[in-house]
Design a protein around this ligand. Structure first.
Ligand code: FEO
Length: 177
C-alpha cells in the first residue's frame, strides 16, 4: 500500500510524462512544418513512447489500489528559434525528468517503500538512455553544422534513428505470444 505522499508524487510523474508527450508531439509538428520529416517522425514516435512511460505509472497505481489523477496542464511551446535550440530544449527537459525520477527514488528509499523503489529502477535506466540519446543528437548537430545542407543531413541522421526505433518496436510486437 502506498502512502498519500507517494501517490501524490507518482501522480505528478504521470502528468509530467503526459506533458512530455505533448511537448514532443508539438515539436514533431514544428519539424513537419519546416520540412524536417526525419525529425518529425522521430519526435512523433518519442511522443508515443512518453505515453507508454505514463501508462506504466498508471498501471502501478492501479495495482496498489490507488487512484490516478490526470490534471490540466500548460500547453507546450510551439515556436523554436532553430532545430538546435529545439533539441537543446529536449535535452534540458529530459535532465529535469531525471531529476524528478531521482526525487521519487529518494522518497521510496527514505519512507521506506521497497516495492516502489524496485518499480522505479526501470525509470532510472530509461532516463540514462534518454539523456544519452538526446546528447548524441546534439553532438551530431555540432559535428555536421547547420549551415548550407547541414539541416538536410541532420534530418537524415535523425530519420535513421526513427527507422531503427520503428524496427525495434515491430520486432517486439512480433515477439509477443
Ligand atoms: Fe518519460 Fe523522456 O522520459
Amino acid at each position: 500500500m502506498l502512502t498519500p505522499a507517494m501517490i501524490d508524487r507518482l501522480n505528478e510523474q504521470i502528468n509530467l510524462e503526459i506533458y512530455s508527450s505533448h511537448l514532443y508531439l508539438q515539436m514533431s509538428s514544428w519539424c513537419a512544418h519546416k520540412s524536417l520529416d526525419g525529425c518529425a517522425q522521430f519526435l512523433s514516435q518519442h511522443a508515443d513512447e512518453e505515453m507508454t512511460h505514463m501508462r506504466r505509472l498508471l498501471n502501478y497505481l492501479h495495482e496498489t489500489g490507488a487512484l490516478a489523477i490526470i490534471s490540466s496542464m500548460e500547453a507546450p511551446p510551439h515556436y523554436f528559434d532553430s532545430l538546435q535550440a529545439m533539441f537543446e530544449k529536449i535535452y534540458a527537459h529530459e535532465q529535469f525528468v531525471t531529476h524528478k525520477i531521482n526525487d521519487l527514488v529518494h522518497l521510496a528509499n527514505t519512507e521506506p517503500d521497497y516495492a516502489t523503489l524496485q518499480f522505479l529502477q526501470w525509470y532510472v535506466a530509461e532516463q540514462h538512455q534518454e539523456e544519452f540519446l538526446f546528447k548524441s543528437i546534439l553532438d551530431k548537430i555540432a559535428l555536421i553544422g547547420t549551415e548550407g545542407q547541414g539541416l538536410f543531413f541532420i534530418d537524415q541522421e535523425v530519420a535513421k534513428l526513427a527507422a531503427s526505433k520503428g524496427m525495434a518496436a515491430t520486432s517486439m510486437e512480433a515477439a509477443q505470444p
